[in-house]
Design a protein around this ligand. Structure first.
Ligand code: 5GP
Length: 204
């Protein structure tokens, strides 16, 4: 994980196939990405590194690379992260750069499911990417989903709602908005945006 290895030549990367999925906390980005993972093996999905501890059922290398603060520092120092951010003022999350470059070089449509701060960084470094914003059907529904998950303390939940308010305001920065009425439908909308033939790259 800490060995940067050889990097893929810039020219072989197909940035038009990189899709960045962002949206407010608890909107269901992770669930939508999981649905894509299950039904669309032709889509490559990035596994982020994080300093937060695993939740029950989460597996190292599948849901996240669970790393220590020191390991995360090393990844930053070595330039191994395409982007990274402190999310909800608690843990750090980042996208390992090399697997993304390799997936793109091999022509895989690649999906990053990251927060808004990370999406903004990727917009600067990978300007050809397509940016997709996942919206809740309503603010009330977002709160219901946030409370319904029940894995956070009151303080953490308030922090997440705060982040969500700021993130909802950023919708206009994105190329496409998908409303998450239902997970599978949202996942299919997302995949339809990703699986394009080379003759018709994203026109932005
Ligand atoms: P959770 O802790 O609930 O799995 O994720 C918290 C938030 O971190 C989510 O909004 C998720 O999109 C974001 N996140 C996950 N991986 C990354 C990453 O690699 N980079 C950034 N910037 N955010 C991430």
């Amino acid at each position: 994980m800490t060995d940067p290895g050889p990097t893929v030549p810039e020219a072989s990367v197909k940035p038009s196939r990189l899709v960045v999925l962002a949206g407010p906390t608890a909107v269901g980005k992770g669930t939508v990405a999981a649905d894509v993972r299950k039904r669309h093996p032709e889509v490559w999905i990035s596994v982020s590194a994080t300093t937060r501890p695993p939740r029950p059922g989460e597996r190292h290398g599948v849901h996240y690379w669970f790393v220590s603060d020191a390991e995360f520092d090393t990844m930053i120092e070595r330039g191994e992260l395409l982007e990274w951010a402190v999310v909800h003022k608690s843990a750090r999350y980042g996208t390992p750069r090399r697997p993304v470059e390799e997936a793109l070089a091999q022509g895989w449509p690649a999906l990053l499911e990251i927060d808004l701060q990370g999406a903004r960084q990727v917009r600067d470094t990978m300007p050809g990417a397509l940016f997709v914003f996942l919206m809740p059907p309503s603010w009330d529904e977002l709160i219901r989903r946030l409370v319904g998950r029940g894995t956070e303390t009151d303080e953490e939940r308030e922090q997440r709602l705060d982040t969500a308010r700021q993130e909802l305001a950023a919708r206009d920065e994105f190329d496409v908005t998908i409303v998450n009425h239902e997970v599978h439908a949202a996942a299919e909308e997302l995949v339809a945006l990703m699986v394009l033939d080379d003759e018709h790259p994203f026109d932005h």
